[in-house]
Design a protein around this ligand. Structure first.
Ligand SMILES: Cc1ncc(C[n+]2csc(CCOP(=O)(O)OP(=O)(O)O)c2C)c(N)n1
Ligand SMILES: [Mg+2]
Length: 597
C-alpha cells in the first residue's frame, strides 16, 4: 500500500469524533473512503439495502445514542436517496453528518455520468452546513466543521468529496502557512441558562395560574424528575407531545398522555381548560389542540432560541437547558394548597384509561389494532428499545403503549416519514446489541422499506448478544391513516385504488430469511404471539391481521368536525365502511357525544 490519503485522514477524523459506526451504501464515487475504512477497521461500516434507510439509521442512531449519526453514500443516485432521511434529521432536530462522494473535480461541470450539483441538492436539507472539498487540505477542517455545526444546531450537515480529493495524498498535518487552516475535533455540551429575572417572571406567571398545564417534548428527556416536582408544586396536569411520550411515566395519575389529533381525551381536556401553559422542550405542530390563543398565559423553555414563541404566544420565553431551568422555577414556586384542578385532571385521566381499555377490547375483524399494541403492555422488557413507523400505528402507540421507565421509543415525528421503523430499530440494536428491540409498523411502511431492511436484520442477527428483534406488522391491507384522512379531512369516501395494499405473507417471508414469524388472526393468540416473539432465539415477525375499520378519531371534537367521516363512510358503502360507522359511533359515544344519526 502506498502513502496515506485524504480518505485515511477522514476515517481517522471520524474516530476522533467518537464515531463507532457509519451507515451507508457503496458506489465508485466513495470507493477511496471505503478503502480507508477497510484499512482502518473502524468505524464499522453498516451496509443498508438503500441509502434512504442508511440515512434513517443515522437519525435513529442520533436519537437512541444522543450523539451524531453518520451516513455515507456515493454520488448521483446514492446522494439523492439520502435526502429523505436527512430531512427526518432536520425536522426532528438531530445531528447527522452525511459524507457523500462526487465525480472527480476534473470533470465537474461537464454533465458527466452521475454528476449532480450536490451542494445545491443538499442546500436546503443541510442548510446549516454543506460544503464540497476542492483540496486535500480542506477535508479535516470540513469534517470538523460539519460535526460541530450538526451538534451545535442539531441538524444534518454534509461534506461532499470529489473522487480525486479522496485519493490525494494526506496533507501535512502541521502546515503553518497562508491559506491553510488547522482545526480540531470535539464539542462538549454546555450549560445554557436564562437570566434570573426572566426565571422570576416565569415563576410569577406560573404561580398566579389556577389551572396549569405542562407540555413536555423531547427536550425534556433529562428533566423528568424536575417536571414531576414542578407539576406537584403547581398542582398541574402534564401532557406530552408525540416525541415527548417517553419522557415521563404515563402511569402517573396526572399525566394525561400524548396530545394532539392522535392524543388522548384527557390531554384535549387539559389543553381546553387550562389557564396557564408551560411548554418544555417541545415544538409540537398540532397547534389547533393547544389552548386557544389568549386563553392561557404561557411560559416556554427551549434550548433553541429560534423555537421560543413559535407555536403559541408566549409571555415569558426562557432560553435554557430544561432540567436546570426547571430547578430555578421550582425554587421560586411554593406548593399550592388548593388541589382541585389537579383532582379534575386526575379524574379525566382515569376516564381516558377507561375509554382506552374499552376501545381496545371492542371486537374487530379479525384483530383490533389497539388490542395488538396494548397486548405488549407489561411484556416489554425493562431494557427494550422501541421503534415505531408512520401510519395508524402511531395513534395506537401514542394512546395505548405503556413504556416502562427508561425504555426509549423513537419515530419520524415532524417529517412523519413512512419507512423509519426498521432502520431506527436496526440503529438501536447495533448500538446496543444486548438490548431487545421492538418495531411497530404498518403493512404499507413494511412494504416501503421494511421488507428490504428485514434482509439486513437477517444478515446481522447472528452477531447480536441478544438476538431478540421483534417486528409487529399491523396488516390491514390498507394505507389506513390516509384512508381515514380522506374521510375526515376531505369528507370523501376512501379511494380503494390508491389505498388498498397487496397482502404479503410477512411471517413466511421472515421464515424464508431464516427468522421466525407467526400470522395472528385470532385475538386469543395475541398474547402468546408477543410472548413467543420476546422469548425467541432470533428475530421474529408478528403478522397481525388487523381491521382497517377502526377509526382514527381525534379526541374531543364537536359533532360538526366529525360529520365528514360519517358522510364519507355512508357514501363509501360496503362491509368495511359499515363496520367503521358502527365503531365511529361507539367511540364517539364513549367520549360522551350523541352524534346526529
Ligand atoms: C414516505 C411517505 N409517504 C406517504 C406518506 C403519507 N402516509 C401517512 S400514513 C400513510 C399510510 C401508512 O400505511 P400503513 O403503513 O399500511 O399503516 P396504516 O395506516 O395502514 O396502519 C401514508 C401513505 C408518508 N407519511 N410518508
Ligand atoms: Mg396498513
Amino acid at each position: 500500500m502506498g502513502e496515506r490519503t485524504v480518505a485515511d485522514l477522514l476515517v481517522e477524523r471520524l474516530s476522533a469524533w467518537g464515531v463507532e459506526r457509519v451507515f451507508g451504501y457503496s458506489g465508485d464515487g466513495i470507493d477511496p473512503v471505503m478503502g480507508a475504512l477497510r484499512r482502518a477497521g473502524k468505524p464499522a461500516f453498516v451496509q443498508a439495502r438503500h441509502e434512504e434507510a442508511a440515512a434513517f439509521m443515522a437519525v435513529g442512531h442520533a436519537k437512541y445514542e444522543r450523539g451524531p449519526g453518520v451516513c455515507l453514500s456515493t454520488q448521483g443516485p446514492g446522494a439523492v436517496h439520502l435526502l429523505n432521511g436527512l430531512y427526518d434529521a432536520k425536522l426532528d432536530s438531530q445531528p447527522v453528518v452525511a459524507i457523500v462522494g462526487q465525480q472527480a473535480s476534473t470533470v465537474l461541470g461537464s454533465a458527466y455520468q452521475q454528476e449532480i450539483d450536490l451542494v445545491r441538492l443538499f442546500g436546503d436539507v443541510c442548510a446549516q452546513f454543506v460544503q464540497a472539498a476542492y483540496t486535500a487540505e480542506q477535508v479535516p477542517m470540513l469534517i470538523d466543521r460539519a460535526f460541530r455545526a450538526a451538534l451545535a444546531t442539531r441538524s444534518p450537515t454534509c461534506v461532499i468529496l470529489p473522487h480525486d480529493v479522496q485519493s490525494a495524498p494526506a496533507p501535512d498535518p502541521e502546515a503553518h502557512e497562508h491559506g491553510v487552516i488547522m482545526t480540531s475535533p470535539g464539542l462538549p455540551p454546555a450549560r445554557v441558562l436564562p437570566q434570573d429575572e426572566d426565571v422570576r417572571a416565569a415563576a410569577e406567571v406560573l404561580r398566579s395560574g389556577e389551572r396549569v398545564a405542562i407540555m413536555v417534548g423531547q427536550g425534556a428527556y433529562a428533566a423528568a424528575g424536575e417536571v414531576v416536582e414542578l407539576a406537584d408544586r403547581l398542582g398541574a396536569g402534564v401532557t406530552a407531545s408525540l416525541l415527548g411520550k417517553p419522557v415521563l411515566d404515563e402511569g402517573l395519575p396526572f399525566h394525561t398522555g400524548v396530545m394532539g389529533h392522535l392524543g388522548t381525551t384527557a390531554s384535549e381536556q387539559l389543553m381546553r381548560e387550562c389557564d396557564t401553559l408551560l411548554l418544555v422542550g417541545t415544538n409540537d405542530p398540532w397547534t389547533e389542540f393547544y389552548p386557544k390563543p389568549g386563553q392561557a398565559r404561557a411560559v416556554q423553555i427551549d434550548i433553541d432560541g429560534r423555537r421560543l414563541g413559535g407555536r403559541y404566544p408566549v409571555e415569558v420565553p426562557l432560553l435554557g437547558d430544561a432540567a436546570e431551568t426547571l430547578r430555578g422555577l421550582i425554587d421560586a414556586i411554593p406548593r399550592r394548597e388548593d388541589r382541585s384542578w389537579r383532582e379534575r385532571v386526575e379524574a379525566s385521566v382515569r376516564r381516558w384509561h377507561e375509554i382506552a381499555t374499552a376501545r381496545a377490547s371492542a371486537p374487530a375483524e379479525p384483530l383490533n389494532p389497539q388490542h395488538v399494541v396494548r397486548a405488549l403492555n407489561g411484556r416489554l422488557p425493562a431494557d427494550a428499545r422501541v421503534a415505531v413507523d408512520v401510519g395508524s400505528v402511531v395513534y395506537w402507540y401514542a394512546r395505548h403503549l405503556r413504556l416502562p421507565a427508561g425504555v426509549p421509543a423513537h419515530l419520524s415525528s415532524t417529517l412523519a416519514s413512512m419507512g423509519c421503523g426498521l432502520p431506527y430499530g436496526l440503529a438501536a440494536k447495533l448500538a446496543a446489541p444486548d438490548r431487545p428491540v421492538v418495531v411497530l409498523s404498518g403493512d404499507g411502511a413494511m412494504q416501503m422499506l421494511g421488507l428490504a431492511e428485514l434482509v439486513t436484520v437477517a444478515a446481522r442477527w447472528a452477531d447480536w448478544a441478544d438476538p431478540r428483534f421483534v417486528i409487529c406488522v399491523l396488516n390491514n391491507q390498507d394505507l389506513a391513516e390516509v384512508s381515514w384522512e380522506q374521510r375526515e379531512m376531505e369528507g370523501e369516501p376512501r379511494f380503494a385504488t390508491s389505498q388498498r395494499l397487496p397482502d404479503v405473507p410477512y411471517a413466511r417471508y421472515a421464515e424464508i430469511l431464516g427468522l421466525r414469524g407467526v400470522r395472528v388472526t385470532d385475538p386469543g393468540d395475541l398474547e402468546k404471539a408477543w410472548e413467543e416473539a420476546l422469548a425467541a432465539d432470533r428475530p421474529f415477525v408478528i403478522d397481525a391481521v388487523v381491521d382497517p375499520a377502526i377509526p382514527l378519531l381525534p379526541p374531543g371534537r364537536p359533532a360538526e368536525m366529525v360529520q365528514g367521516m360519517y358522510d364519507a363512510l355512508s357514501a363509501e358503502g360496503g362491509d368495511v365502511a359499515g363496520r367503521a360507522l358502527a365503531h365511529l359511533r361507539r367511540e364517539r359515544a364513549d367520549e360522551g357525544y350523541d352524534d346526529p344519526a
